[in-house]
Design a protein around this ligand. Structure first.
Ligand SMILES: C[S@@+](CC[C@H](N)C(=O)[O-])C[C@H]1O[C@@H](n2cnc3c(N)ncnc32)[C@H](O)[C@@H]1O
Length: 211
């Protein structure tokens, strides 16, 4: 996946804007952290259109690591899933506010706002999105085998956790299922190189192939 060169002053992502008026903007007054985080940057869609085009249509999928649901909205719009599980631990992991990451307005982004934004962004079409407030591993364990057609994994980005998640995802995938990973960086100096390492090892140790 290529990195985008968007400025941090004045968020603009034509691919996101093309989805139409954002129903979560009405939360900006109540949640200044959400407003600041989203107006100053945040997860991008434009740079991930190539991934969206590879995800099979009309299937059962899961986004693990949802944040404020911007990409979830694009997933619904582009891939027309029969069902989409949106799994994030939100306040269970972080309490009332996300840590100080790139796109959290220096720690001012409210976890409660992120859940509400996700609800609004994925409410249509009705009964497609199922929001799951949970850590990834227990949720994966609760699924029946061979349940998912695809997974978009964008959660901890840690080496051990990613390997554990991949191991837990594997038996829940249908034959010929696809696992997409965000921030899989081959550059050893990149802060997300751990994801790349975990995927490489997982593929060597299992029958999963990397495309
Ligand atoms: C990079 S953000 C996800 C961004 C989102 N996919 C997007 O494209 O807009 C990572 C998210 O993963 C969640 N997360 C991190 N570790 C997790 C875990 N073990 N289980 C569930 N969610 C987790 C965080 O709460 C955070 O919202």
């Amino acid at each position: 996946m290529s990195e985008t060169k968007e400025t941090l002053s004045g968020y603009s992502d034509s691919a996101y804007e093309a989805l139409g008026a954002d129903p979560a903007r009405k939360l900006y007054l109540q949640y200044p952290g959400l407003k600041e985080a989203e107006e100053s940057g945040g997860p991008k869609i434009k740079s991930r259109l190539d991934i969206l085009s590879l995800i099979p249509r009309n299937k059962i999928g899961a986004e693990i690591g949802v944040f404020t649901g911007r990409f979830s909205r694009a997933l619904i719009n582009y891939t027309k899933p029969e069902r989409l599980y949106l799994v994030d631990a939100w306040h269970l992991l972080w309490g009332s506010h996300f840590p100080n990451w790139n796109s959290t307005a220096e720690g001012k982004l409210e976890t409660d706002a992120a859940i509400k934004a996700t609800r609004l962004r994925t409410a249509e079409p009705k009964d497609v999105a199922k929001i799951v407030i949970s850590e990834s591993l227990p949720w994966l364990e609760s699924l029946p085998p061979l349940h998912l057609d695809w997974v978009y994994l964008d959660s901890s980005h840690g080496y051990k956790k990613t390997k554990m998640e991949l191991a837990a995802i594997s038996p829940k995938m249908k034959i010929e299922g696809l696992i997409f990973l965000d921030d899989c960086r081959s550059d050893r100096s990149h802060r997300h190189h751990n994801v790349f390492r975990a995927v490489q090892e997982f593929s060597k140790e299992t029958e999963w192939e990397i495309f």
